[in-house]
Design a protein around this ligand. Structure first.
Ligand SMILES: NC(=O)c1ccc[n+]([C@@H]2O[C@H](COP(=O)([O-])OP(=O)(O)OC[C@H]3O[C@@H](n4cnc5c(N)ncnc54)[C@H](O)[C@@H]3O)[C@@H](O)[C@H]2O)c1
Ligand SMILES: [Zn+2]
Length: 371
């Protein structure tokens, strides 16, 4: 795996839409100068949520102003409910009030919610302006800020409205993770574990035996893990920018994970917590259908437990989970099937699994202890 001493920039290679990802402590102080380097001109609209803006909004605005940008700001309430048309209108309003024209750009400062909302606003405002991702949650740093998927929710469901719109620049300031709650931090680590399973088992070696508290303090180690995660995601996105096929590897653990989120009620468990359980489930399926070694599933469980993530079967009705997985499949015509692991670091997509096997593996998982 890359050493944390290597230059902390990686690149998403997408021809004319190629962009750099900076992963560095305090890189937010260079926000303005890096925007200049990226060729961004015009006015800036800084979009954040109230919590993140309280910590880092002033510093980000000052960094932009120091580089000569006129800055307007808008903040939305924290949480998934802000990925709404109401908050999208608030962003458009602020863009208009701030005099943003086609040459202007938007900066998304926050977690995945702000990134998806501000990114979608950038994709659509005046038929599209440039934007910068400044992720402040671990999930946003290793997943949502890279790859150009943007969008908002409808009352009928999550991410039903959206667009592919690649950022001009991604800036992950690892110092911001100090204020992220441990629970959110651990949830983000679940995606890092996922990259270990789908592409690079060395990530699992790095995570085994460590604690979230130790990691949260270990800036260099963390930067190395974030960088490796971004490299893996960037490589997948480079090969399949618009989710035609390969990008499905990123969904390891997500088929059941999404169902758990839906059936359990959004908010009852965090995304990373749901996919931790989903990954154990997918690994057990892989044992049956792909000869994935059982001791690798045991290691996955050890790593997840060590990161304070759940691994047991939650008390949710199987019929409801099955129905949710069927709905998920219908929405994603073309990528039906499970992502299964063949060996650590290698997965297969679109694997058919019979309902009987799904249910048997679910029932074979130990039930979570009731609180
Ligand atoms: N576009 C994509 O490719 C993609 C991929 C994965 C997830 N997502 C989306 O990302 C969203 C989830 O992102 P998330 O987990 O970052 O949630 P989030 O944006 O709601 O952030 C989680 C919480 O942490 C707080 N927070 C963020 N950074 C902080 C910091 N540095 N210090 C203190 N508090 C901080 C936020 O205010 C929020 O309360 C979902 O809407 C999901 O659909 C998108
Ligand atoms: Zn995910």
């Amino acid at each position: 795996m890359s050493s944390p001493d290597m230059p902390s920039v990686c690149t998403v290679e997408l021809g004319q839409r190629t962009y750099p990802i900076y992963i560095e402590r305090e890189v937010l102080s260079r926000l303005g100068s890096l925007c200049r380097e990226a060729g961004l001109a015009g006015r800036a609209l800084l979009v954040s949520d109230h919590t993140v803006a309280g910590h880092y909004g002033a510093a980000a605005a000052a960094a932009l102003q120091a580089a000569g940008y006129a800055v307007a700001t808008v903040t939305v309430p924290p949480g998934e409910t802000s990925k709404s048309h109401e908050q999208l209108l608030a962003v458009y309003d602020a863009a208009l009030a701030g005099g943003l024209d086609r040459a202007a750009f938007i900066v998304a400062l926050g977690g995945g919610v702000v990134g998806d909302l501000a990114g979608y606003a950038a994709a659509t405002y005046l038929r599209g302006v440039a934007y910068v991702q400044a992720p402040t949650s671990l999930l946003a740093m290793v997943d949502s800020s890279v790859g150009g998927k943007t969008g908002v929710n409808l009352p009928q469901g999550k991410n039903l409205i959206g667009s592919f719109h690649q950022p001009a620049l991604v800036l992950a300031d690892t110092a911001t993770l100090q204020t992220l709650s441990t629970r959110e931090f651990c949830s983000g680590l679940a995606e890092v574990v996922k990259y270990g399973v789908i592409a690079d088992p060395e990530i699992l070696d790095r995570l085994e035996g460590t604690t979230p508290e130790a990691l949260q303090q270990d800036d260099r180690g963390l930067a190395g893990l974030i960088r490796r995660s971004c490299e893996i995601k960037a490589d997948v996105v480079r090969q399949d920018e618009r989710e035609g096929g390969l990008r499905a590897v990123l969904n390891f653990g997500h088929t059941l994970g999404h169902a758990i989120e839906q059936v359990g009620g959004y908010g009852a468990c965090l995304h990373g917590e749901a996919i931790a359980i989903g990954m154990v489930f997918a690994a057990r399926l892989s044992e049956r259908l792909k000869d994935f070694p059982a001791d690798e599933t045991e290691r996955l469980i050890r790593v997840l437990r060590g990161l304070q993530l759940p691994v047991d079967r939650p008390d949710l009705p199987w019929s409801a989970l099955m129905a949710a997985m069927q709905r998920d499949k219908k929405k994603k015509a073309g990528t039906v099937g499970f992502v299964l692991a063949e060996k650590p670091g290698t997965v297969a997509i679109g694997c058919p699994v019979s309902d009987d096997v799904l249910e048997a593996v679910w029932n074979g998982m130990p039930p979570a202890p009731t609180a």
